[in-house]
Design a protein. Structure first.
Length: 188
């Protein structure tokens, strides 16, 4: 939803024309931005809190070149959603796709007040965390989300990688190079 669509919906809900709704929506946004810029906190109960956050200067890396970059200190806006907002978003996950996006609050209150429809579901406590390293066991690797290049096994109908290395290696076996092997050979 963009600003024009928001103005149209506000005009429909308020029962006014779009020009008046646009003035009101713009006035709300302008007031919030002015107050947060001045360092005030704007709290809309149930919806959320708008405030300003001071970010200190820091050192970062340019993702393209990998070179360090100094990021200056900055004042940035922050929004933290209210509990009513979070509850409505969480309830929309369980609602069917054909349901309207905005539901009236009255049916939700009536359903919650009716004790005969309450269902108690036992919830199992979360499993205890396993130690990541040290005496408790081996450190489990988490997937990083980045794709890694993995060599696929050779097809059966073609020459295998072992056969091609056998011809190239003077000893006739697989040639493995690495720091650990080099240290063992050097006697370190």
């Amino acid at each position: 939803m963009n600003r024009s669509e928001l103005v149209r919906v506000v005009a429909e809900r308020a029962g006014s024309d779009e020009t008046a709704a646009r003035r009101h929506v713009d006035a709300v946004f302008d007031t919030v931005m002015e107050r947060v810029s001045a360092g005030e906190r704007v709290i809309v109960t149930g919806f959320g809190t708008f405030d300003r956050l001071a970010r200190p200067a820091r050192s970062a890396r340019n993702p393209r070149t990998g070179l360090p970059v100094e990021v200056p200190a900055a004042q940035v806006p922050r929004f933290r959603s209210g509990q009513t907002f979070r509850n409505r978003v969480a309830a929309s996950d369980s609602a069917p796709a054909s349901a309207p996006a905005v539901e009236p609050a009255a049916p939700a209150v009536e359903a919650a007040a009716e004790p005969a429809t309450a269902v108690t579901v036992p919830v199992e406590p979360p499993a205890p965390k396993k130690p990541k390293g040290g005496k408790g066991g081996k450190k489990a690797k988490k997937p990083s989300g980045k794709a890694k290049a993995v060599a696929s096994p050779p097809a059966k109908d073609t020459k295998s990688a072992k056969d091609t290395k056998d011809a190239k290696s003077p000893k006739g076996g697989k040639k493995r190079a690495g720091k650990a092997k080099a240290r063992v050979k050097a006697g370190k």
